[in-house]
Design a protein around this ligand. Structure first.
Ligand code: AMP
Ligand code: MG
Length: 299
């Protein structure tokens, strides 16, 4: 019963019409209006992980559809933990996780979608992007000096660059979906106060120190600019074929549940059936069985 309610909940977070989107209306503390408590959410997450694994087993042999899940968020919003938990039941051979960092010289020598295209999931696979092409309209938009390293021709470096990039991203995602890649985009929405709490935990716990980077503190001071950039990105690129999920992320257990439910719902919408052999192939299987059994009597 709860599962149905949770599936219904997804509607609160799924954004398919950018024009109406306002980030302010999304509360990072929301837990579905209290529909589940932490214990129930953890049980539902475990169930979701099992269902995701079963769906991946169906996706793989068809080698037709692919699923691309994009994760974007401020630091310490829980991208890594969410990916780890949600994908924990899935056969590693069917999934590839890619973390996009500051682009290096070879990447900067190409257009910004070059490195993205190279990591797209093959048919039958799930691709997880920990950061993505959206960094080009987020961190690069907040820190415009980063554009210099991209060495764009001067004429193309104008005031409408963000609008153009967002349009190009929209067209790219439209193209991918027309090629059979489902595109889901997750914004893990954490509050500045919760981020501060998590940073302090990272500083206090030697086991978590490595997660902290000096730039994390300075990035916090640009919070408003980042939120503006996120809002603009979601407004420009949310579409029924490539929805955004604005996931309340102050409670990790709730964020993880929303993410797994969104992935399960997307794969269920494909109505994949177990692969059935067509007649000529079945005959070949019968022949193979026959040969193996014969081999058993002579060997
Ligand atoms: P992390 O994910 O915490 O390991 O950090 C990766 C860093 O790379 C983040 O600060 C991102 O903003 C940065 N990054 C990722 N993609 C780009 C990009 N296209 N341009 C500039 N910085 C980027
Ligand atoms: Mg970081």
């Amino acid at each position: 019963m709860k599962r149905k309610q949770v599936a219904h909940l997804l509607e609160r977070y799924r954004v398919t019409d950018g024009a109406k989107f306002r980030l302010k209306r999304h509360d990072p503390d929301d837990t579905g209006g209290g529909i589940v408590d932490r214990k129930e959410a953890e049980a539902l997450l475990a169930d979701g992980v099992t269902r995701l694994s079963a769906l991946q087993e169906l996706l793989y042999p068809h080698a037709s559809w692919a699923l691309l899940c994009i994760f974007q968020a401020m630091d310490a919003a829980g991208k890594d933990g969410t990916i780890k938990h949600v994908m924990s039941g899935v056969n590693p051979q069917g999934v590839e996780v890619t973390s996009f960092k500051v682009p290096g010289p070879e990447e900067l020598a190409h257009d910004f979608l070059w490195r993205i295209s190279r990591k797209l999931p093959e048919r039958g696979r799930i691709g997880i992007f920990n950061r993505s092409h959206y960094e080009e309209v987020l961190v690069v938009r907040v820190h415009k000096e980063l554009l210099k390293a991209q060495r764009l021709p001067e004429d193309l470096d104008g005031r409408r660059i963000w609008e153009h990039r967002l349009a190009d991203i929209g067209a790219f995602e439209r193209y991918l979906t027309r090629q059979g890649t489902l595109v889901l985009k997750f914004f893990l929405n954490v509050s500045p106060a919760e981020q501060k709490k998590r940073f302090i935990e990272r500083l206090d716990d030697p086991g978590k120190n490595w997660k902290f980077s000096a730039s994390d503190i300075s990035e916090r001071t640009h919070w408003e600019s980042y939120m503006h950039a996120y809002e603009e990105a979601i407004r420009a690129t949310a579409a029924p074929h490539a929805p955004w999920f604005v996931v309340p992320a102050n409670n990790k257990w709730f964020a993880r549940l929303v993410v797994v439910e969104a992935m399960v719902a997307a794969l269920e919408s494909l109505h994949l059936k177990p692969m059935e052999m067509q007649a000529p192939d079945r005959i070949r299987l019968e022949e193979a069985r026959h040969r193996l059994l014969e081999e058993g009597t002579t060997a």
